[in-house]
Design a protein. Sequence first.
Lengths: 382, 382
Amino acid sequence: MEESVQVGPWAAEAFVDYEKLLKVFGAKPLTDSEVHKLERLAGESHLMLRRRVFYSHRDLDMFLNMYEAGYRCALYTGRGPSGSTHLGHILPWVFTKWLQDRLGLELFFQMTDDEKFLHEERLDLPESNSFAYENSLDLIALEFEPRKTHIIIDTEDIGYLYPVAVKVAKKITYSTQKATFGFTDSTNVGLVFYPVLQIAVSYLPTELYGEETYVLIPAGIDQDPYWRIARDIAQSLGYPKPSQIHNKLLPGLGPEGKMSSSKPETAVYTTDPPEIGAQKVMRAFTGGQPTVELQRKLGGNPDRCSVFKMYEMLFEEDDSKLSERYWNCRTGSLLCGDCKAELASRVQKFLREFQERRDRGRDKLHQYLIRSKFSEPKLKHR
Amino acid sequence: MEESVQVGPWAAEAFVDYEKLLKVFGAKPLTDSEVHKLERLAGESHLMLRRRVFYSHRDLDMFLNMYEAGYRCALYTGRGPSGSTHLGHILPWVFTKWLQDRLGLELFFQMTDDEKFLHEERLDLPESNSFAYENSLDLIALEFEPRKTHIIIDTEDIGYLYPVAVKVAKKITYSTQKATFGFTDSTNVGLVFYPVLQIAVSYLPTELYGEETYVLIPAGIDQDPYWRIARDIAQSLGYPKPSQIHNKLLPGLGPEGKMSSSKPETAVYTTDPPEIGAQKVMRAFTGGQPTVELQRKLGGNPDRCSVFKMYEMLFEEDDSKLSERYWNCRTGSLLCGDCKAELASRVQKFLREFQERRDRGRDKLHQYLIRSKFSEPKLKHR
C-alpha cells in the first residue's frame, strides 16, 4: 500500500496547486512518519491518508504523542450551514468518523449558523439555523456515535462558547483580525467577532472535561487562519494548542473548481434523489478525449478528471483497482462512458443508503446536541 | 413645587456643564411638558424630575404616549460590575424603582460582566462575574419587585442576547463602531462586539413578550451613543425605537468630579460600614469658607458643594427644606460642620437600613435572574 503513495497515480496533484497552498499557509506536509504513526494507533490504514487526501498538518505529531501518552484528546470540526450538504462537505467528515471510531475520540461539531447569517445577505437567521439541523442529519447518516458526537449550534448553544470566547477576545486586537481575515471598515461587527467563537471551540473540551484536552481539527486548509490564532494565544490562556490536519477539496463535476453550491449542477447533494445524483455523474466533465476514437488512440487524463477524483477520494477503497482504472484510462482501454456509468451506480447506491439512514436520523437528532449532554462551562477563578 | 424648578437653587448647574453635554450628544432637554405628563401618569412627583436630576431625554414624549395608549412598555438599565456599588450608581436606580412602582413596568437590568472584563486589564472573568451578583444585591436592597425585575448577567445569560445580537451586528459596520466609540486597531475584538449586546437588550422585551414593546432607558448621558445606534437601526429590524431619559451624575465628596471608584475616599459605598460612610461625609469638600468667621460673614456656595448636592439629589425630599438649607448656607447662618453632621447621620441611617435589606437579599437573588423566569427567545421566520 505504501508504495502506491509514492508512485501511484493519486500522488499527482489535480486542479489545485496544493504545494503552493502549503507554502502560503506555512503548514507542514504530511509525511510517512505521521501517517505511519496514525495508522499504527488506529490499527488500520485509510484511503484518505495513504492517498494524501489529507496532505498537510500542524502539530499532528504532538497530538499523536499526547494521545499515545494517554492524555485526554478530542476531535473538532464543523460546518457553515448555508444550504444542503454535498459530497465535498462530507469528505472530511468520513475521515473524522474513522478517527472517532479508531481512536475512540469524542467529536465537537460546530454549526456556525451565526457566521453564515452574518456573511450572506440573502440568508435570514431562522434559515441558517434550520440548515444547521438539516446538515446535522448528514452527520447522523454517516453513523457518528451519538454519545461521542456533540453538535454545537452557535446561536442556540452560545452559552457554551461565550465564557471562553470573551477570554479569547481579550487577547485579539481588531488589527489582528483585519490582517488575518481581510476585514475592512465596512465589515459588520458580527463577522469581526465571529472568529473568536470558532477559536473558542478548540478550547472548549478542556473546559467541559475539566482537564487539559488535546484537540485535533480535520478541516480544509482555508480554515487554517482561525487555528493559527488559536495556537498563538492558547498558552497564554492555559489551554493546549490545537493540532490540525488539512484535506484537499473534492473537485466539482465541471471542468474546474471544487464541488460548490454555487454550481449545483456539478455538486452531488446528499439529498439529491439517487437517480439525479447518478445523472449528474453521467454529465460530468472528464479528462477524456473528444471522441471514442481519439480516446482509444491517445488515452484520457485521469489527473484532470473529476470522475477519477471521485473514485480516488471517496468511492474506490481498493488501491489496486484504482491503479488499474488509472492506467486503463491512460492507455485508452477504459472509455469515459463506462467509467462514469460505474461511478454513477456507486453514487446512486451510496445516496439511497445514506438517505435511508438520514431519514431515520431525525428521531435521534437530540442525542447529538451538546445541550443534551453537557452543562455550560462555569466561570472559575484561574 | 413647580416654581422651585424654575427659580430654586437646584436649577443652578454645578461641577459639570450639562448644557454643553446636551449639545455634544444632541439630546433634548427635559421640559415641563414631559415632566408634567410623566408626573400625571405616575400619580405623583419625584424629586429627581422636579430638580432636573433627570434633565434630558430622547423620545420620552413618544414613550409616554405609547404608555398612555396602552401599548406594552418596559424599563431597561444596567451596570458594569467592576467593583462595589456606591451612591452615584444607585441614584438612577432609585428613580427607576419609582418608575417601576408608579407605572407598573417590568425592568430588564443588564450586568455587563463581559464588558468590564474586556475593558479592564486587572479584572479576570470570575471577578467581574461575581461583582455582577454582588451588585445585584443592591437592586434587591432598593426593593425592586422580584417578579418584575429581570437581571441579565451577560456571560451567563448570553443565550437571551445572542440571537438578537447577531441581527443587530449584521446592521453595524466596524466603521460605525469606530466612529461612535473611538475604537482603534488595538482595541480588542470583544470590546468591538460588546456594544451589540447592550443594544440588543433594548429589543429583547419585544422578543420575550412576542409583541411590540416600548422601552424607556434611564441612564447617564455617557451611555447615549449605544442607544443612538439602537434607535437608528430599530425600524429596519422591526423593533420600536427605545426612548431614553438621562440623569446627572452624583458628585464625589472631593473638590471635583463625579463619585467614582477611582477615588474611594470620596465615594460612599453601599457596603461601607455606616460609621465609615458618615466619616466620609464629615471629611467631604464643601462650598464653605476657610473659617467659621468668613462663613458667617460671606456665606457658603452650595452650588459648588458636594454635601449640598447629596441633599439635593438624594437625601432631602422636601423642597422647602432644601431651599431653606440653600439660603441658610448662602447667608452664612448654616455652618459646614452642622450641615455635614446632619447628612452624615442621614447617610449612616440609610446605609444601616440598606445593608439589612441587602443581607436578607441573598436568599431572594435567584428570583431576580431572567433565567429563572423567561425561556431564551426562539428564532422565528420574519
